[in-house]
Design a protein. Structure first.
Length: 443
């Protein structure tokens, strides 16, 4: 895929000012094999190299994990820069891609992967026999451009379960055993909201945290929500299913939501103070919950998701071609996404692996959830079956939504529309109409 010179030159300005700065301090070169997943041995020719890795939220790349790589490569120093949100990382990525100034290894989120694909020749081709077949087929295919170039190494996937506060369930007269909760919640989204009404009838408060997060779980089950897979044309405003889900969740949110927009300061505070009873939980959310509410002891996970299965999120590591340490960066990216490291990241953050070797070993996945800092993920969520649960949730995923180059922008507009309803600044119809106008202006 070719990008015109003028498009490349203007790319650094299209996303606006970066939300955070990423320092590039690397120097030197490398003759390491492209795609090698081994961390053994110095391949820098004795030259000191500093590699920067830019992530967001919590990828599970602990100091200990990065130190392991540096111990095996003594001339390499690895520095991680973590953005607070995917939105912040996206702004920085597109402000600097092609213009220079990105980290040696840059994480990207699946919802803006289609945008990155428009500029595939500005990132390195990571395809290699060394990593062929490492990931789930659909994970690799999504990051492969029309010319067969692999532009990102897969990190995690986001099969969704339901996290719930067992103490709140008990106080409201609902079952608390994970298997019983799974049976209770089995059904569609309307049933999930009906159980929320039962919870409140038993004296409970907010059922879920926000319309924003709940809508995301709903829209992730729609095969072609915003764009036509054949033409790329934006269809969001004409797709009755999108509007129906918007109206369904805003109506439910009136009584059932804690009105805490996800990732806001109020949301983190609400999570810490147990202000809602249920939470849509892809694997990576486990680390977020534990980090925000370390002293809570009553969160559990049920092997169920409204409407069947759903995948929320999942990321990739890319190597921008403007970097100064391309071969060393590829080597680090390959090592970080190897099955062994994915299990370590799983233990640290709950990020569920996309690598076939890791997924094939259910005992190893359960062990990873039960390892790491105390309390471990298994201890914190009061179950020794997290591996079984999320493997089951991964098997339940039946839809891989089409996400074209406008997906992120359209979804962001709708999320903002949901926020306006949640904060009371607009009613649902007025906010939807504004979203339609904004989406229409995209092209």
């Amino acid at each position: 895929m070719n990008v015109s010179v003028s498009r490349k030159a203007s790319l650094g300005m299209v996303a606006g000012t970066a939300a955070f700065a990423i320092a590039l301090t690397g120097c030197g070169g490398s003759s390491s094999p492209e795609g090698s997943s081994s961390a053994d041995g110095d391949t820098t020719g004795g030259e000191p190299v500093t590699l920067t890795v830019a992530t967001f939220n919590d990828f599970g790349y602990t100091d200990a994990l990065l130190q392991e790589y540096m111990d095996a490569n003594p001339n390499v120093t690895v520095v991680q820069n973590i953005a607070a949100t995917s939105n912040d990382a996206r702004t920085n990525y597109f402000a600097k891609l092609g213009a220079g100034g990105l980290a040696d290894v840059e994480a990207i989120e699946v919802d803006w992967l289609p945008e990155v694909m428009q500029y595939a020749d500005l990132v390195e081709d990571l395809s290699s026999a060394d990593v062929e077949g490492r990931w789930l087929d659909w994970k690799t295919e999504a990051a492969t451009d029309p010319d067969g170039r692999l532009i990102g190494y897969g990190t995690d996937i986001g099969p969704e379960a339901i996290c719930y506060d067992a103490a709140k369930f008990e106080a409201a007269g609902l079952p608390t055993d994970p298997a019983e909760v799974a049976s209770l919640l089995e059904g569609d989204w309307a049933h999930y909201f009906e159980v929320g009404e039962q919870y409140q009838a038993g004296g409970g408060g907010a059922w879920f945290e926000s319309a924003n997060a709940t809508y995301q779980g709903m829209i992730n089950q729609v095969a072609a929500a915003y764009e036509d897979p054949d033409t790329g044309e934006i269809i969001a405003t004409d797709n009755a299913e999108v509007k129906d889900l918007f109206m369904q969740v805003t109506e439910a949110a009136g009584d059932l939501s804690a009105h805490l927009p996800q990732w806001s300061d109020d949301w983190f505070a609400g999570l810490a103070q147990s202000e809602f009873a249920t939470l849509l939980c892809p694997g990576w959310m486990l680390g977020v919950v534990q980090g925000a509410a370390p002293d809570t002891t009553t969160w559990n996970v049920a092997d169920v998701f409204p409407g069947g299965g759903g995948n929320w999120g999942g990321s990739y590591l890319t190597v921008p071609s403007s970097g100064e340490n391309l071969e060393e960066a590829k080597k680090l990216a390959a090592w970080l996404t190897a099955p062994e490291q994915q299990l370590k990241a799983l233990a640290a953050a709950g990020t569920f692996p996309s690598q076939t070797d890791a997924l094939a070993d259910l005992d190893a996945i359960n062990a990873a959830f039960a390892s790491g800092d105390s309390p471990t993920k298994a201890e914190y969520f009061n179950t020794d079956s997290l591996g079984d649960i999320f493997s089951s949730r991964a098997d339940a995923v039946s839809v891989a939504p089409f996400k074209g180059e406008f997906y992120f922008q359209v979804n962001d507009i709708i999320q903002n529309a949901l926020t306006r309803v949640e904060d009371g600044s607009q009613d649902a119809t007025t906010s939807w109409d504004q979203a339609v106008a904004e989406i229409s202006a995209l092209g």
